[in-house]
Design a binder for this molecule. Structure first.
Ligand code: NAD
Length: 283
């Protein structure tokens, strides 16, 4: 099946990046969010990103224009025209099950329904639809325009044709797809989020300041970014949601979220997107 129209549900950190990359890869794109202000922020984020990329010669003027022209909407009215629907809404299982129930009702029967979830079972998400063979995970990395990896997650009922179509779409977007089993956190977050959580425990216990913890991991372990700055980039609410899924689905105490992580999310300190996390951000 040829993918022409990509419909992105959720215009937050990931959704706007996915829409941008799909548009610069030549797909027709629609970007949807239920919060109109998020759509405004998404348009601004895309404009800033493509300006930078075009300035560096990483994309052409034509690609920039394509990304700036992405239509945004707060409804699912044009969903029936889509070949590939990518859901990048908040990391909440009940919300995703409801969204997939609606997507299944409105999308063409042959359309592929994708989730960008960081940790929720693709098999469970697929079970909210009548087309589990057409449901799959495409786990893009943040920031989407810069990161090459996409983890592709096959649910129990996902068909080989769906996997092939999505692998091909990743390559067409200039990404490197890697297949992971449908297990909590997949490969990336099974490893990354416990490391970030442990860094938060180290902070909570006063073992080091945020600067010290991040510097140790950058200079000592050659990580390009420290775990606390990375948590701020990912979003502390997303990190907490992933740890909760790891803890409940793998049933092990070692995945318990740090108390400080919960407290910061309760306070609305979500990282870069709220201007404050373990570090402060001006815009
Ligand atoms: P975010 O909080 O930045 O954005 C989520 C968006 O979803 C918000 O704009 C919200 O208004 C919107 N939304 C909520 N309910 C909706 C609905 N019913 N219909 C349409 N839009 C709705 O979150 P994010 O960081 O972009 O994460 C989105 C998804 O991507 C999550 O599943 C997350 O786990 C996953 N993910 C995040 C990262 C990361 O680094 N942040 C990386 C990979 C995957």
């Amino acid at each position: 099946m040829e993918i022409r129209h990509v419909f992105v549900v959720g215009a937050g950190t990931m959704g706007n990046g996915i829409a941008q990359v799909a548009a610069t890869s030549g797909y027709r794109v629609t970007l949807m969010d239920i919060v109109p202000q998020q759509l405004e922020l998404a348009r601004a984020a895309i404009a800033k990103s493509v300006d930078k990329l075009a300035g560096k010669g990483a994309i052409t003027e034509g690609q920039k224009v394509a990304a700036l022209g992405i239509p945004t909407t707060d409804s699912l009215d044009s969903l029936p025209e889509a070949d590939l629907v990518i859901e990048a809404a908040s990391e909440n299982p009940e919300l995703k099950f409801k969204i997939f129930h609606d997507l299944d009702r409105l999308a063409r029967p042959e359309a592929i329904l994708v989730s960008n979830t960081s940790s929720i079972s693709i098999t469970k998400i697929a079970a909210a639809t009548q087309r589990p063979e057409n449901v799959i995970g495409m786990h893009f990395m943040n920031p989407v325009p810069l990161m090459r990896l996409v983890e592709v997650i096959r649910g129990l009922a996902t068909s080989g044709e769906t996997v092939e179509a999505v692998m091909e779409t990743c390559r067409h977007m200039g990404k490197e797809p890697v297949e992971s089993k449908d297990s909590p956190g997949f490969i990336s977050n099974r490893i990354l989020c416990p490391m970030i959580n442990e860094a938060i425990f180290a902070l909570q216990e006063g073992i080091g300041t945020p600067e010290a913890i991040d510097t140790v991991m950058k200079l000592g372990m050659n990580h390009p970014i420290g775990p606390l700055a990375l948590a701020d980039l990912v979003g502390l609410d997303v990190v907490l949601a992933v740890m909760q899924v790891l803890q409940s689905d793998l049933g092990e105490d070692k995945y318990r979220p740090a108390y400080l992580l919960r407290k910061m999310v309760d306070a609305g300190y979500l990282g870069r997107k709220s201007g404050r996390g373990f570090f402060q951000y001006s815009s």
